[in-house]
Write a protein that binds this ligand. Structure first.
Ligand SMILES: [Zn+2]
Length: 300
């Protein structure tokens, strides 16, 4: 597979540039953000295409530890590499990344090999942890970490001021909807995060994939609302699967609520479906909409 290239350098302010990935940052690529101050330079989420840019920076920070967001780490010269504390173990070692995903251990060798070969993931033991409220001062421009968990437990967004840029990571505002299919994901946290980030006033909102840059708070708030409807849609899809009578978990898993028929990715797709269905089912059982005897699930 040829390494994708940056398609455009988009300036959002005096200190902030988006290195737009191929096909608007479509997976496996993404949109990398470069922030330059008088005292230092930093990149957020160096993507596959960022590898070809010859970047030399003081710091690399990630919105979270996922293979596509770290794909450029070994292609950029840096002195410090950081992510939120809750995602730090996964950035330091491949085995901890497997635990973050929660894929079955039998698939670890194949998954690890794929991540090394396609995403240059290598585990960086020297990586350091950040927490909510940490501010990185680059001289005339600051990068502020705001913990925004749900996608992973350490997922965070970064507010760049005075440029008014909010880097959203994988709150990606796509039609696919929020992704909470890893072992370390949380549906409840993702919902709380969406409510919280929706209130953040910025001039530009940058997603890692697809959507790219959303301009202005009104457009961002509308995009968040539309994005969140996928959660309700998955609940409705699950209830529709139960409309014909009781189903076992494996029957529900065979159809799925996240990936459309025939689009489930190899290696990790089934685990994503499993975690997502478990989370929706737990919620429906807790609120009394669905009952279970431990074998089957049915609508009350
Ligand atoms: Zn991600």
């Amino acid at each position: 597979m040829a390494t994708p290239m940056v398609s455009e350098r988009r300036r959002l302010g005096p200190h902030t540039t988006v290195l737009v990935g191929s096909e608007h940052g479509k997976y496996p690529d993404g949109n990398t953000v470069l922030v330059e101050g008088s005292d230092g330079r930093l990149v957020v989420d160096p993507s596959l295409s960022a590898r070809s840019e010859g970047l030399d920076v003081d710091r690399v920070v990630l919105t979270h530890t996922h293979e596509d967001h770290a794909a450029g780490v070994s292609g950029v010269a840096w002195r410090e590499l950081s992510v939120h504390q809750a995602d730090l173990a996964a950035l330091r070692s491949m085995d901890d990344l497997m635990l973050l995903y929660g894929i079955p251990e039998a698939q670890w060798p194949e998954m690890s090999a794929m991540l090394s070969e396609r995403f240059f993931f290598d585990g960086w033991p020297q990586a350091t942890g950040l927490v909510d409220g940490d501010v990185i001062d680059l001289g005339g421009v600051t990068v502020w970490l705001i913990h925004a968990p749900g996608h992973t437990s350490g997922h965070s967004v970064y507010l760049v001021e005075p440029d008014g840029v909010l880097v959203l990571g994988d709150i990606d505002l796509t039609g696919f909807g929020p992704y909470y299919g890893d072992a370390s994901s949380s549906l409840e946290d993702f919902e709380t995060t969406l409510t919280k980030v929706r209130e953040i006033e910025a001039a530009h909102y940058v997603t890692f994939h697809h959507k790219g840059v959303v301009e202005g708070h009104a457009a961002f708030a509308a995009a968040v609302d539309s994005y969140a409807t996928a959660i309700r849609r998955r609940t409705d899809d699950l209830l529709a699967l139960l409309a014909g009578g009781p189903q076992t978990f494996d029957q529900l898993l065979a159809t799925g609520i996240v990936y459309r028929a025939g689009t489930r990715p190899p290696l990790f797709g089934e685990s994503v479906e499993r975690h997502s269905i478990e989370r929706h089912l737990a919620r429906l059982v807790a609120d009394g909409t669905v009952a279970t005897d431990g074998q089957q699930y049915w609508r009350r």
